[in-house]
Design a protein around this ligand. Sequence first.
Ligand code: ADP
Ligand code: 5GP
Length: 217
Amino acid sequence: MSNSGHPKDHGRRRGLMLVLSSPSGAGKTTLSKMLLDEFSDVKLSVSATTREPRPNEVNGKDYFFKTQDEFRAMIDRREFLEWAHVFDKYYGTPKADTEARLEDGQDVLFDVDWQGADALHDQMPNDVVSVFILPPSIAALEERLKNRPGSSPDMVARRMEDAKREIMHWRRYDYVIVNDSLDVAYQRLKRILLVERLKRLRQLDLEDLVRGLLGEA
Ligand code: ADP
Ligand code: 5GP
């Protein structure tokens, strides 16, 4: 739960929106949890969904689980940054406090499909850093879906069909990670985060620093 080992950047920074997508089962929930455990200044954007909770999922932590009527009411009240229909269920990203967190220098992690990634990028192009996670093979993807808690043969078959439709969109992303060895994939994800934090636009005190360096302060 600490950021030890990661040097503090110089001055204040604007947080970034780290958007992860993958075909279901490729490992983005696993990778997200690793990142959230290591970095206390990365916060998950908890989505709302109308799908059933899996056995190990907690309402308000993994998702806000909603009925269709509740979800539609949230759409009507314009409470979403984006929402989409995936696997016949609704999924949406609440607006809630993303902007406040970015201003406060916290990064916000999004686990959304390609439609969500596109919509978030359209709305906040300077803040979004998008990463697509690929499985090393179709066989590995199927195996991971079968082994995941709460899986059923029907669901695996359905998600294998949908996987190809999601994979087709891989070119829209800034970065791609093949999740073969989990450790290697995680190290890559971490490097993306640390490097993206150094983008000029995100380092808010540079203008003042440079004015001082040039004797213009
Ligand atoms: P997603 O969120 O993309 O649907 P999950 O993170 O739930 O995928 O991962 C699906 C399953 O695969 C989980 O049971 C997870 O423990 C396992 N898994 C994730 N990454 C790897 C990996 N690199 N090697 C083997 N199994 C993995
Ligand atoms: P799962 O049911 O496996 O948790 O997620 C199914 C798919 O819905 C995944 O591709 C996931 O990234 C996507 N998803 C989850 N939350 C959101 C969201 O808020 N918006 C969008 N567009 N997709 C989401």
